[in-house]
Design a protein around this ligand. Sequence first.
Ligand SMILES: Cc1ncc(COP(=O)(O)O)c(C=O)c1O
Length: 352
Amino acid sequence: MVEVLRSGQLSLGPKTVEFERRFASRLGTEHAMAVSSGTAGLHLALNAVGVGPGDEVITSPFSFVASANAILYTGAKPVFVDVDPISLTIDPDAVAAARTERTAALLPVDIFGMPARVDLLEKLGLPIVQDSCEALGAIDLEGIPVGGRGHPSVFGFYANKQMTTGEGGMVTCNDDSIRDVIASERNQGRAVDMGWLDHDRLGYNYRLSEIAAAIGLVQLDRLDGMLAMRTAVAELYAAALEGVDVELPVATWEGGTRGWFVYVVTLPASVDRDSIILSLRAAGIDCKPYLPALHLMGHLAEASGSIPGEFPVTEAAGSRGLALPFFPGLTETEVARVAQSLAAAMSNASDA
Ligand SMILES: Cc1ncc(COP(=O)(O)O)c(C=O)c1O
């Protein structure tokens, strides 16, 4: 960072180029384009595969709001379909059933770092934009790093992610023309071979700064270690929560191996989640309900036409999921304290 500040080139410089080169090489893709956030990357990737007003994009209602909002930015309609109960990723059969002549793209989400069945979605022959914002380090069933299959895949570098640049994101892909659109639109519609103040398409300021790219390069050096620490914390939780009446997140499923992002347990339907959260908070442990179903949010219900009850798997996960504290430096003692407090809260809830 100091090197960047001394160089005077704070944007569009060599650190960004190097960060992109190393990210692409790690994932095994032809290209990686640094952007200002995961959300910006999703918007650009949808534009680059040709999604626009009047189109439909099939996606998951069990996601962070940004994946569906990015569809709205393009003027297209998000079409939600339910998710698989184990992976909480989009169900490929439901996707096939929801396809219409207006379907312009699919937007699977590797939620909680779990690889979606993109191999099956590819068989539908539609453009795919993969939301891998939570999934750095995940490996799909064919042993390919998530984000490495070649169609545009988007990563986010917000502070809670597997690696961070403060704010930031990256889009990987193999296609030169998709790379060209993203490279231009992130920089106000100026192609890489065009001069300053020349623009030939609508663009945005979705650039990543050189300072952020410098942080990203150091984070990449540390990434394997940080991923291993996350996996170790997940293993500690699995051991510590044995015997507690909650469903634990799995490390692998038929779609591949998770890149651990959060540790979300599912409470029994009979337990009042809010009372568990309050008990844990009283013990000094902050937990969150995770994640609310997107099709129940006002603007997305209106845009998609979805109604409550339409996606039971998503709604069950949305009403019963509880995110426990989860970060690389969490110690065995801290994990044990969370597990004991959760067990105590559960037994108080069942006595009540
Ligand atoms: C699934 C998912 N999609 C998209 C995003 C958006 O990324 P960002 O916050 O970098 O815009 C996030 C993270 O915040 C996310 O978790």
